[in-house]
Design a protein around this ligand. Structure first.
Ligand code: PEP
Ligand code: MG
Length: 601
């Protein structure tokens, strides 16, 4: 059950061939299907068995990918030489030699031809063999060559993505099983409508699972060693309510779960009853609910559920690693389309919140800590041409639509001032060309400890604040939100988090500017009452959370939420806070919260 931070104790059991693996539930629902194992890190793929008629085409795909990879390497080599990095340029010569190695490429081609498999699979298998051979060499210098082959393998797999769609589709009933699923992979696979996701790694606030919840796709994570136990084609049950994966289920188990899956399907397809107006607590406090949006197509549902516009539009979902930044015209069109859909309720477009590892052209400079690296506004300011293009696109789209700008990963007032200068200069130059522009409001994501500590100054500089609790927890507690092994340290109810939230809400109130809580916390029926008690009046959330949070809001009294929020200030550990909240919820709101569920940890 997804209650608070949903602790999970890994474990497995086996009976009559049925394997049960306990997992962390991260997106509700039940699915029964067939395993499809995903491999690869940057570009994810699965093994496909090809028909004879598809082999030649697959060989041509491989040749094209090799040509593209060579071209990319030569371009990086040139720019390194221009920067005076002669030494690193010689590494690229080695990479080019690997790509010209007839024996290696010949093996990949034979694999495709003889085993009738897709190019991704052949590249992976053959290059992995080379990697393990090099790794076992005793000479240290030669041994390290495996890194170059690994690099080429990644690049080739990336190039096979080619920015296009996968050429062959997933079968119906596919349950994606992987070490980790990237959001871009999920978007790509979603066209084939998988049934569920099972991963070893990733947390409640990982973008992949935020997206899974948006898509109503059951998902579990923390499923240890799943790739060692599951084979493509195995029967599998995914229980995204209780955090359980069942491989090769027995007939009796299947029968039981078929009923549960049927129920889930029913719930999933129930037509939404249109709701209007903002929900009010029992004692009359009005709470504004907005939607977080990653995929345009879903806004219609949010509107029906009474969402007032989009509090967070993650523009990076327009970004495609294989194509790079979307062009200005494409962005104008996308922003206009969303502005049109949302109407006067408005949309807050967050500038690209990507990290450098998502930029294919720079994979040579892998960062050790991408979350602390060149990402968010830092990447924007260091890729100024692309950043300016995005600003111009938003300015143009906002001429006829209610569109505002949110800046991600702000750590310093100076970043906001720099962006404002860029916005002003782009406004002027568009104006000179006679192009109409709007006057979007500027807001900052408050998601870094430094932003919390200076929130009063930031609030004086911007028109609104967006509180990003996902990253706030990650950075305050130094706990990677995508890393399953530290997921138990991801404590949303840590006193440091709650005190930060209170400070940010207070700063917005004092500066008289709006504040939206847009992290996953706002979309949880368990956390929303706490945020409301701390003074939040605007919550922006995953579309599929709206109904549950609305129902919670109309069933609680603000004064009671405030009492709870005041009381938790006196505790110094998250464990005490969680216990107190559990007791208080059962005590005050047993009509909303299931006691058994709240006590289930
Ligand atoms: C957050 O960090 O809380 C947030 C809303 O943004 P994202 O999840 O995209 O990092
Ligand atoms: Mg964030």
């Amino acid at each position: 059950m997804i209650v608070f931070d949903n602790k999970h104790t890994p474990g497995s059991s086996e009976k009559n061939g049925e394997i049960r693996l306990s997992s962390r539930a991260v997106s509700r629902g039940v699915a029964i299907g067939k395993v499809v194992c995903l491999h690869g890190q940057t570009r994810q793929f699965y093994r496909l068995n090809l028909a004879d008629s598809q082999i030649d085409r697959e060989l041509r795909r491989l040749s094209a990918a090799i040509r593209l990879t060579k071209k990319q390497i030569k371009a990086i080599e040139r720019s390194n030489l221009e920067l005076g990095n002669g030494k690193s340029a010689s590494i690229f010569d080695v990479h080019l030699l690997i790509l010209e190695d007839k024996s290696l490429i010949g093996k990949v081609e034979s694999k495709i031809r003889d085993q009738k498999v897709n190019a991704e699979w052949a590249v992976k298998i053959v290059l992995d063999e080379y990697i393990s051979t090099y790794k076992s060499i005793s000479d240290e210098h030669l041994r390290d060559r495996y890194i170059d082959i690994q690099d080429i393998s990644d690049r080739l797999l990336n190039a096979l993505g080619g920015g296009g769609k996968p050429s062959i589709h997933l079968k119906k009933n596919s349950v994606i099983v992987a070490r980790e699923v990237k959001p871009s992979t999920l978007i790509e696979l979603n066209e084939n409508m998988p049934k569920a996701i099972v991963s070893e790694n990733g947390g409640w606030t990982s973008h992949t699972f935020i997206l899974a919840r948006e898509l109503n796709l059951p998902a579990v994570t923390g499923t240890k060693n799943i790739l060692r136990q599951a084979r493509t084609g195995d029967n599998v049950i995914v229980d995204g309510y209780n955090g359980l994966v069942i491989l090769n289920p027995e007939d009796e188990t299947l029968r039981k779960y078929k009923e549960a899956a049927k129920q889930f399907k029913k719930v999933r397809h129930v037509p939404i009853k249109a709701v209007s107006g903002n929900p009010k607590t029992l004692d009359g406090r009005e709470i504004i609910i907005r939607a977080n949006l990653d995929l345009h197509s879903i806004y219609g549902r949010a509107k029906k559920l009474g969402a007032k516009g989009i509090g967070l539009y993650r523009s990076e979902f327009l970004f495609n690693q294989y194509r790079g930044f979307p062009g200005e015209a494409e962005q104008v069109e996308a922003y206009r389309a969303i502005g049109e859909l949302v109407g006067e309720d408005g949309v807050r477009i967050r500038t690209f919140d990507i990290s450098v590892d998502q930029l294919a052209e720079e994979t040579s400079e892998k960062e050790k800590n991408p979350a602390l690296g060149l990402r968010g506004i830092r990447l924007g300011l260091s890729h100024e041409a692309e950043f300016r293009a995005q600003i111009r696109a938003i300015l143009q789209a906002s001429s006829d639509h209610s569109i505002d700008i949110v800046l991600p990963m702000i750590s310093d007032l100076l970043e906001i001032r720099e962006v404002k200068k860029i916005i002003d200069s782009e406004k002027r130059s568009l104006g000179k060309k006679g192009i109409r522009v709007g006057d979007p409001k500027i807001g900052a994501m408050i998601e870094l400890p430094a932003a919390v500590m200076t929130v009063e100054e930031i609030a004086a500089e911007v028109d609104f604040l967006n509180l990003g609790t996902n990253d706030l927890v990650q950075y305050l507690l130094a706990v990677d939100r995508d890393n399953e092994s530290v997921a138990d340290w991801f404590k949303t109810l840590h006193p440091a988090v709650l005190r930060s939230i209170e400070r940010v809400i207070g700063a917005a109130e004092n500066a008289n500017i709006p504040l939206i809580v847009c992290g996953e916390m706002g979309g949880s029926p368990f956390y929303a009452p706490i945020l409301i008690g701390l003074g939040a009046v605007e919550l922006s959330m995953n579309i599929n959370s709206i109904m549950r949070v609305r129902n919670t809001i109309v069933g609680i009294a603000y004064e009671e939420a405030r009492e709870i929020a005041n009381e938790i200030k006196t505790f110094s550990t998250s464990a005490e806070i969680e216990d107190f909240i559990r007791k208080s919820f059962i005590d005050k709101w047993s009509h909303l919260f299931d006691a058994q569920l709240l006590n289930s940890r």
